[in-house]
Design a protein around this ligand. Structure first.
Ligand code: ZN
Length: 270
């Protein structure tokens, strides 16, 4: 039974990953980050080809599998479909699966509060993946996504930690911390979108997990920047989005924060 449920959760994750890809494309159109005049002619409620606007058949819209069968190209106009599409789908599927393992609620299927927390958790995964992908591609963390995340974190706080004000303080603290860095780096180190995302991180993770999240974000961010500079993929002035690193840190602190804190290096934050 649990295996079947895990498979369902994974497939759900793949489908939501596909939704993230579609949302990324449509929000980019709305922000005029990409142009596609064909889009105005196509049926906006159905999935359409990114390039020629033709409505997709159901079998062209299966997460991962369609991409593999079509060898990374559209069927209609043979344009290249980004490899990021299946990667996002698989990543979302795996995140759903890890979340399911970490917070296995299926022993308590009748507990309304746990079910609500579980579904809000899934919403948080979807919007974190969306924000990471959008920031990676366009260097913007859309406000509607951050607002959804903050609202979801508030719901979880009401359900799970109501009255525990350390979450509020860690939200304020995170906002001030990144806001301070934003100002002293002359707005070049990170964008204001990152500062707003920090409100969600603090409220969602609380103290001391928020410390783990920032630690991972800064260390991994610095390492990746260094590697990109060494391999000449980026110069010292090439902007690198910070959002994906904050989001990676959030996921790791969320899923494994308790274990990471127990490691000796983090003992002082207990
Ligand atoms: Zn096409």
């Amino acid at each position: 039974m649990e295996i079947i449920l895990s498979i369902i959760i994974f497939v759900m994750g793949l489908c939501f990953g596909s939704f993230v890809n579609m949302l990324t494309y449509r929000i980019a159109l709305r922000y005029d980050l990409i142009s596609n005049f064909q889009f105005s002619k196509s049926n906006k409620n159905r999935s359409f080809c990114d390039y020629c606007g033709r409505q997709l058949k159901w079998y062209e819209n299966i997460p991962v599998i369609s991409w593999m069968i079509q060898k990374g190209k559209t069927r209609c106009c043979r344009e290249k479909l980004p490899v990021l599409y299946p990667i996002v789908e698989i990543a979302t599927g795996l995140l759903f699966l890890i979340f399911n393992f970490q917070f296995s609620i299926f022993n308590q299927l009748l507990n309304f509060q746990l079910i609500t927390q579980f579904f809000v958790g899934l919403v948080i995964i979807v919007f974190l993946v969306f924000s990471a992908v959008f920031d990676l591609k366009y260097m913007i963390l859309p406000d509607f996504s951050t607002i959804t995340l903050v609202f979801s974190a508030l719901v979880l706080w009401f359900l799970g930690h109501f009255g525990d004000w350390t979450y509020m303080w860690s939200a304020v603290g995170s906002f001030l911390f990144l806001g301070f860095l934003y100002l002293i780096t002359n707005k070049k180190g990170m964008g204001f979108g990152d500062v707003k995302l920090a409100i969600f991180m603090g409220l969602f993770l609380g103290y001391p997990k928020i410390i783990i999240a920032f630690y991972i974000a800064f260390v991994v961010g610095a390492l990746v920047s260094l590697i990109l500079i060494i391999f000449k993929k980026a110069g010292k002035k090439t902007p690198i989005p910070f959002g994906p690193f904050l989001i990676l840190g959030s996921f790791m602190a969320w899923f494994w924060g308790g274990w990471l804190i127990s490691l000796s290096a983090f003992q002082i934050f207990r």
